[in-house]
Design a binder for this molecule. Sequence first.
Ligand code: FES
Length: 158
Amino acid sequence: MQESLTIGQLAARSGIAPSALRYYERLGLIRADRTGGNQRRYARAELRRVAFIRISQQVGISLEEIRDALDSLPASRAPTAADWTELSTAWRARLSEKIRLMTKLRDDLDGCIGCGCLSLQRCVLYNPDDKLAGEGPGARLMLPRPHTQPGCDDCAPA
Ligand code: FES
């Protein structure tokens, strides 16, 4: 298996345009060596970094956060499974909260989300007179709730 890839090969295998790969490189998200003719050559392991960048962006994580995470990986060698486990452990709470919010968005958008609009019939039940405004701004029923109820997924520690 070829160990180093040209930018064209990296683009073809990752599905990312060469211009985007050069942009990632400028941001320090991926690294390339140069040939004597000053052509980029990427270690095959860079494919995993590119895939991580793309998936993370697709779930709404910023390039700055992605860079901070990738900076935790060793620069002088291909990251091992243990290195990636350490990174994913650091992101677990963040991703779990995103999953929780996406699940609520998928499952609860047809109900009252506690935003103050009082435009749905259910708002009378779940947010009479916009009482949830007292908890703070935003769609209060989509956010972690300020009460402690054993076993409730929506509860945030008081
Ligand atoms: S959906 Fe906005 S207050 Fe109920």
